[in-house]
Design a protein around this ligand. Structure first.
Ligand SMILES: Nc1ncnc2c1ncn2[C@@H]1O[C@H](COP(=O)(O)OP(=O)(O)OP(=O)(O)O)[C@@H](O)[C@H]1O
Ligand SMILES: O[C@H]1[C@H](O)[C@@H](O)[C@H](O)[C@@H](O)[C@H]1O
Length: 297
């Protein structure tokens, strides 16, 4: 006999059309040699937070260690022998004499990669490959492409490498990675303007839609034979961490809800701007959000 709980779980599984893949992590924000905040991080956490704010359901595959210290809506896979991925973000003006780089990121601990066998054996309409610490392998992204109608990938999941001594995050050219041959099978590739220089946008836009976010200036969407800039929202920035993830969450949630690409990108900009105003995982005022959605779309 199927119990009510089982049938509810089955129903919600059927209703969830989005698969989010990427590890949760512990974020430590350091400013002027002092810890400013410690919070739940990982693109998957910021994106699912936006989905929750918009009541969009999803499935999420993430791995953490036994030391994982947050309560989350989507239970991660716990690897008892490993620790949760940890990032230290150093925010100091003119860091290392480089005025253009506002943040140095170090991955000081890395949890297990997410392998194809960790993914559910179900089909999804949308998949999001949103790793932060190198946990998405080319074969994992390939499996996502097989089980999802459209895959959205964040370039940060594809081009990050980590210094073998102190874990400093460096970026490599997209064409030098094992992900490059998969691009024609990706629906949308999202990058920040700093990351976008690690790919040839003119080449990549022939294969998939490219969305480049540019902080307080908003974002730009490129496709094969067109491009469109989407205006930003005003924000008082306190912590830029997760702005790109919140943007991506809003963008994909908008598409899931049936918005056209420019409107979905506008929704992404809204969530990016709300995210930078708060330290750590942002909280959203659902009533204000609903009012904005109703008046805008
Ligand atoms: N200062 C800001 N004011 C208004 N909107 C912002 C601001 N910073 C970011 N945003 C919004 O968030 C989006 C993503 O920001 P950004 O381009 O800085 O991503 P990112 O560099 O990937 O961020 P992070 O790596 O810190 O998550 C922007 O496209 C914009 O819509
Ligand atoms: O929590 C953050 C966030 O997900 C950022 O997008 C990512 O760049 C960082 O690596 C991570 O620590």
């Amino acid at each position: 006999m199927v119990t009510t709980a089982e049938s509810a779980a089955h129903k919600s599984q059927q209703q969830s059309r989005v698969l989010i893949v990427g590890n949760y992590c512990h974020d430590v924000l350091i400013q002027n040699n002092a810890v400013k905040a410690v919070s739940l991080g990982g693109a998957a956490s910021f994106i699912s937070n936006v989905f929750n704010g918009l009541s969009v359901s999803c499935n999420l595959v993430s791995k953490v260690g036994e030391d994982f210290k947050y309560t989350v809506s989507y239970t991660p896979i716990v690897i008892p022998t490993l620790k949760t991925t940890v990032f230290h973000s150093y925010f100091d003006p003119g860091l290392h004499g480089n005025d253009h780089q506002d943040r140095i990121l170090k991955r000081v601990c890395a949890c297990d990669p997410i392998r194809p066998s960790d993914l559910p054996d179900t089909r999804f309409k949308y998949g999001m490959g949103v790793g932060v610490g190198g946990e998405i392998l080319p074969e994992t992204l390939e499996r996502m492409i097989e089980i999802c109608d459209v895959v959205f990938a964040d370039i940060q999941a594809l081009i990050r490498v980590f210094d073998s001594v102190d874990g400093t995050v460096k970026l490599v050219k997209l064409e030098e990675t094992g992900f490059y041959p998969l691009l024609p099978r990706i629906g949308v590739l999202k990058a920040s303007s700093e990351e976008a220089v690690f790919m040839d946008v003119e080449e990549v836009r022939k294969w998939c839609c490219v969305v480049v976010t540019n902080g307080k200036h908003g974002c730009k969407v490129y496709w094969k034979d067109g491009e469109l800039g989407i205006s930003p929202f005003l924000a008082n920035q306190d912590d830029p961490t997760g702005a790109g993830d919140s943007f991506f969450g809003g963008f994909v949630a908008g598409l899931v809800q049936g918005l056209a690409v420019p409107d979905a990108a506008l929704l992404g900009n809204l969530f990016g701007s709300l995210s930078v105003e708060q330290v750590g995982l942002p909280k959203f005022d659902t009533r204000l959000l609903q009012a904005w959605l109703v008046s805008t779309f």
